[in-house]
Design a protein around this ligand. Structure first.
Ligand SMILES: CSC[C@H]1O[C@H](OP(=O)(O)O)[C@H](O)[C@@H]1O
Ligand SMILES: Nc1ncnc2[nH]cnc12
Length: 305
């Protein structure tokens, strides 16, 4: 790989999306981070224009990793170690709203956490350094706005609707929700449900990376009184079409996204956001912990700082 070329954009593929189209593979890397190896080797590839990107399959290339066991810390740390600054993550989701039909694409702006505390969800966990990242707006506002326009354009004429400004519930799984839970999430204001956006989005924030989710609806979950509850078979029916549409979207937007990341127009919010999140008394304590955290936040934890 030409060292002058930067890999600024990372794409995380979810269920059904294990590769992208129209790419020339440059190399596959499997970096060991202080949090282990990523879910799968990361493909560094070139778009036809020569723009580089990094692609990672969240559940592994053979979909062997359960949602609760996805090594999200290693995934985010590995992408950051490659120079990635903005992540576009794809996810197959259930719809909690009639107007969001299977096959539709959605850009959520809020998350309700219904994971059960079994997923390591902070890079600071297990260290002596205490930090509290802001997460009130869990996705990168500028990146989401940018995607709203560009994904909207990419989908026009494709017969696929794009919904924006929605709230996604992240549940533990692997079983789907009960009808009662599904109704409760609607009453809470949830519009979508998946098992994967957390802790991924939290970790991207701690690593000061821009992060947005392109949610692809596969089913109506289990809230509709006169319909069958969601089954894996129902999800699989829509996964392939959604993955094809996702590949069309990435092929259409990634060059422009790289350019927007390079000129800084979508990256201004997260860079520097952890500076005042680290409790000052803990920051200088333990050299081993500092070394570990330097892998995601070199600005604050490298030896010179
Ligand atoms: C295959 S249905 C449940 C599974 O699908 C979603 O995965 P991903 O977000 O990686 O596309 C959902 O979050 C569950 O993990
Ligand atoms: N109904 C659902 N619940 C949780 N995760 C999902 N992924 C796709 N459909 C889902």
């Amino acid at each position: 790989m030409d060292a002058s070329q930067k890999v600024l954009i990372g794409v995380i593929g979810g269920s059904g999306l294990y590769h992208l189209d129209n790419l020339t593979v440059v190399e596959q890397v499997n970096p060991e981070t202080p949090w282990g190896h990523p879910s799968s080797p990361i493909t560094i590839a070139k778009l036809p224009s020569g723009t580089l990107l990094a692609f990672l399959a969240r559940h592994g290339l053979g979909h062997t990793i359960q949602p609760s066991a996805v090594p999200s810390r290693a995934n985010i740390a590995a992408l950051k170690s490659l120079g990635v600054r903005a992540i576009v993550a794809f996810s197959a989701v259930g719809s909690l709203r009639e107007e969001i039909a299977p096959g539709d694409f959605v850009l959520p702006t809020q998350i309700i956490d219904r994971t059960k505390g079994v997923r390591p969800s902070s890079f600071f966990e297990g260290t002596t350094i205490v930090a509290h990242a802001s997460f009130g707006d869990p996705f990168s506002g500028k990146l989401v706005k940018w995607l709203e326009e560009m994904v909207g354009k990419a989908l026009s004429g494709k017969g696929v609707s794009l919904h924006t400004d929605k709230c996604i519930v992240c549940m533990e799984g692997p079983q789907f929700s009960t009808r009662a839970e599904s109704l409760m999430y609607r009453a809470w204001g949830g519009d979508l449900i998946n098992m994967s956006v957390l802790p991924e989005a939290k970790l991207a924030r701690e690593a000061e990376l821009s992060y947005a989710l392109i949610a692809t609806a596969t089913d109506y979950d289990s809230w509709r009184p006169h319909s069958d509850v969601v089954t894996a078979a129902a999800v699989f029916k829509t996964l392939t079409t959604n993955a094809d549409t996702s590949r069309h979207v990435t092929a259409t937007i990634l060059d422009d996204l790289h350019a927007a990341a390079e000129d800084g127009s979508i990256l201004t919010e997260e860079a520097g956001s952890m500076k005042f999140s680290i409790m000052p008394r803990t920051q200088h304590r333990n050299p081993e912990d500092r070394k570990k955290l330097a892998c995601i936040l070199p600005e604050y934890f490298s030896v010179e700082n």
